[in-house]
Design a binder for this molecule. Structure first.
Ligand code: ZN
Length: 172
């Protein structure tokens, strides 16, 4: 992939259709700090997203496949303590040329989203949109880290009891 427009920011695709036809790949990291809308949802601005954009053509249609991995820290809505999420997101964008009708959302299948593919397509804004969509609406720990009273010691746990049973069986 040649980079003819060196003045363009790294996450701008000069010609999205050409990018798709060539099967080009754009990958790298984006600091959360360069995505103000996403950062506003986080408990901490620290961190980055690992992003990859791949061009592809399927049945004559041009697509951008996006893969994102990030571990943003949000606020648990139950205990209000920080919670680190493991986001692994995949999105598929159908490129729609300027002047062409956007596919009707109602009729569209869910496997891709149409995007108006103008020249100098700003992937950073799209990556930020996908991250925002990927955040849980009301994030909660699976188990909140509140002190739990210790009810019984290990020798009384079901596993210890099972081990004792097995041991007893072997002795016979
Ligand atoms: Zn919690």
């Amino acid at each position: 992939m040649s980079q003819e427009h060196a003045v363009l920011p790294a996450w701008v695709i000069a010609d999205p259709f050409e990018f798709a036809r060539r099967g080009s790949i754009l990958s790298g990291t984006v600091e959360f700090e360069s995505m103000p809308r996403f950062m506003g949802e986080l408990a901490s601005p620290q961190g980055q997203v690992q992003a990859e954009v791949r061009g592809s053509v399927v049945d004559g249609e041009c697509y951008l496949e996006i893969s994102l991995e990030a571990e943003p820290t949000v606020v648990c809505q139950r205990c209000l303590k920080p919670q680190q999420l493991n986001l692994a997101l995949d999105a598929r964008l159908l490129l729609v040329a300027p002047g062409q009708p956007m596919p009707d959302d109602e009729l569209e299948d869910d496997s891709f989203d149409p995007v108006l593919a103008d020249r100098n397509l700003d992937m950073l804004a799209i990556i930020e949109d996908e991250l925002l969509l990927g955040l849980p609406i009301s994030p909660r720990h699976d188990v909140c880290d509140t002190p739990q009273p210790r009810e019984r010691d290990d020798s009384e746990s079901p596993f210890a009891a099972l081990a004792n049973l097995r041991g007893a069986g072997k002795k016979r």
